[in-house]
Structures are given as structure tokens and as C-alpha cells.
Design a protein around this ligand. Structure first.
Ligand code: NDP
Ligand code: OXD
Length: 310
């Protein structure tokens, strides 16, 4: 049987994805008509990203799953017409990208690299950073990405603590949960990394009250989502020296508007939502193997809990 897979992720992404997806379908033994337009009632699966104009999922009555190209699902999960199961992107290449980004920025702050990069010629002032075990890295969110980053940081020797919604057991990581756990993590972290999904529960989780609890002179890295933080509260925390430096990859509005004060704040490093990109070849393999599972009567992997919103 030939499956109809609708690619609803924008023209630019189709140019990048069509060949890797076709190869991956063949590799997984699937006969697929990969299309960018089809009668909704004929569609078996939808490959989706928020770049699509598709908003009404109601007519896709035969569709067995919507497969999101992004790990974050905040732009689709609340769509009331979406009754089909939704899978988010969990991909080894994306995870590796995030691990590299987080470890790179943690090491930059830990080693005080900026002091040497921006030092004037002739300046010879040695600084001795503490070694990694003396540094606490706190990770908000212990899901696919938070756990992988925690594991890599543990292997680098850092003292790693994490926070999640439900209690967790992660080897060599002190795990917290709940409101009390959140406060403890903020108070103990020298470097705080945010890898939470954006939901009604997590929006503005890093507000003035939260920043006030952080250690004086700590560092902050946010590759999660922009709306997890209250922008003004972060600027105040940086102004006061509470936070010595922040690296931000995600923003409420992207691209970050040219007049946003983050651009003019020297202790903020801005990266343009590149912490972990979805790479076509590996993501296509993830999608094809998930469709193959469903066709073989197995469960869809990485299914979003539409109640929880992630
Ligand atoms: P997961 O769904 O695997 O993990 C989410 C984690 O957050 C879980 O540990 C979950 O807890 C925790 N969490 C959710 N809500 C709460 C809450 N209210 N209180 C405490 N903990 C909570 O997501 P991923 O790790 O795959 O991805 C995380 C986010 O990273 C994405 O949603 C996306 O926003 C962002 N991202 C950014 C990228 C970039 O390039 N900048 C690339 C990819 C993703 P529990 O385990 O108990 O459920
Ligand atoms: C994602 C992202 O969610 O790139 O995949 O932010």
C-alpha cells in the first residue's frame, strides 16, 4: 500500500527535506507518496513545522499522526483542531547539537575565557578558576535534552543538579522537583541552564523573584524558549551584578528586534536560535522509523502529552 505523507513545513524546508525523507522511507521499507498538497481525506501522515500555513487539522480524518520537525511544540499543541496524535522531534543529532552548545557555553563561563579573549595586548593577569567539581551547574528540565546535557557535564566533572516536573533519578545528578526544588536549584547553581518546554506552567518561570534567589555573580544560559524568562527581570539581574553573564539563544520575538535592550547589554551573548538545529538527514530517519512503527502496529514514539503541553 502507498502511504500519502503531506509535507507541511514550508517550501524552503521541502527543498532540504524531500530527498532525505524519500531515502529514509525506502530505507524503512515504506512506499510513500511525499506531497506538499493533497485532498485532506487522503493524507495518512503529516510532517509539520510552524512554518506551515496549515492550521485546521479537522479535515485530515485518515491521518494517523502529525510528526513535528521541532522538539518544541508550543506553536501546535494548543491547536483545538488537532485531534491526531502529535510526535515531537527527538533526534540524536539534535541532542548532540544541544550538548555541544551547552557544554561550550558552560566551559566558557567556567574558565573565564572572555577575560582573555577581550584582554588588551600586553595584559598578563593570570586567573585560577575553580575546577569543575567545585562548580554547580543547574539544569531546569531533565527531559531528552536536559538529561543528555547533564550526563555530558557530569563526565566533564561538574557537580550537576536538575529540576523537573516529576521526581527523577538520573545517575550522578542531584534531582529536584516541585516549587521547593526549584528554589533550591536556583540558590545552588553557579551556572543555570534552561531546557524547559514553553507551557502555561513554565511561561515567565524565571521572573524577578526567581533571579533574586540566584547566587550573586552566577551565569545564565537559555536555549529553552524566550518566554520562559521575564526579559526586564533578566536585564535588572544583570544590571545589579546578580547575574554576571547570560547567553540567550531563544527570544519572545525572533529574530530579536534590533531595538531590544538585550543587544545593547555587554554581558549578554545572543545566538540566533542555533543551539540545536534539526538536521534533515537524521530527522528524516526519525520520522520514517516512527511511521514504520505505526504501520507495524507499534506505538508512536515521542508522543506529546496534549494535557501537559509537551
Ligand atoms: P522534554 O519534553 O523531553 O523535557 C522537558 C523537561 O521539562 C522534562 O524534564 C519535564 O519534566 C520538564 N518540565 C516541563 N514542565 C515543567 C514544569 N512545569 N516544572 C518543572 N519541570 C517541567 O523536552 P526536550 O528536553 O526535548 O526539549 C526541551 C526544550 O528545549 C524544547 O521544548 C524546546 O523549547 C527547547 N529546544 C530548543 C532548541 C534550540 O535550538 N534552542 C532545540 C530543541 C529544543 P518531567 O520530566 O517531569 O516531565
Ligand atoms: C526546536 C527548536 O524546538 O529548534 O526543535 O527550537
Amino acid at each position: 500500500m502507498t502511504l500519502t505523507v503531506l509535507f507541511a513545513a514550508g517550501d524552503a524546508a521541502f527543498a532540504e527535506y524531500q530527498q532525505p525523507l524519500r531515502d529514509a522511507f525506502v530505507h524503512h521499507g515504506l512506499k510513500v507518496a511525499l506531497v506538499t498538497d493533497a485532498a485532506p481525506a487522503d493524507v495518512d501522515y503529516i510532517v509539520y513545522s510552524p512554518a506551515s500555513t496549515l492550521r485546521d487539522f479537522t479535515p485530515y480524518t485518515r491521518c494517523k499522526a502529525v510528526l513535528n520537525l521541532w522538539a518544541g511544540v508550543e506553536k501546535i499543541v494548543g491547536n483545538p483542531t488537532l485531534t491526531q496524535p502529535l510526535a515531537r522531534m527527538v533526534d540524536p543529532a539534535l541532542t548532540r547539537g544541544m550538548v555541544e552548545y551547552v557544554c561550550g557555553h558552560v566551559l566558557r563561563y567556567h574558565l573565564g575565557m572572555d577575560a582573555y579573549i577581550s584582554a588588551p595586548a600586553g595584559q598578563w593577569i593570570a586567573q585560577e578558576p575553580p575546577l569543575a567539581p567545585e562548580r554547580v551547574v543547574g539544569i531546569l528540565g531533565l527531559g531528552e535534552l536536559g538529561r543528555a546535557c547533564a550526563d555530558a557535564l557530569v563526565r566533564l566533572g561538574f557537580t550537576v543538579e536538575g529540576w523537573s516536573s516529576r521526581p527523577k533519578d538520573v545517575p550522578d545528578v542531584t534531582c529536584h522537583h516541585g516549587a521547593e526544588g526549584f528554589n533550591l536549584l536556583l540558590q545552588r547553581s553557579d551556572i543555570l541552564v534552561t531546557l524547559l518546554p514553553l507551557t502555561s506552567q513554565t511561561e515567565n518561570v524565571l521572573d524577578a523573584e526567581a533571579f533574586a534567589q540566584m547566587r550573586d555573580g552566577s551565569w545564565f544560559i537559555n536555549p529553552g524558549r524566550g518566554a520562559l524568562i521575564d526579559d526586564d527581570a533578566l536585564l535588572d539581574a544583570i544590571d545589579s551584578g546578580k547575574i554576571k553573564g547570560a547567553t540567550l539563544d531563544v527570544f519572545r520575538i525572533e529574530p530579536l528586534p534590533a531595538d531590544h535592550p538585550f543587544w545593547a547589554t555587554p554581558n549578554i551573548t545572543i545566538t540566533p536560535h542555533i543551539a540545536a538545529t534539526t538536521r534533515a538527514e537524521s530527522a528524516s530517519n526519525v520520522i520514517a522509523s516512527n511511521i514504520a512503527r505505526v504501520e507495524a502496529g507499534q506505538t508512536l514514539l515521542h508522543k506529546v502529552d496534549q494535557q501537559r503541553g509537551y
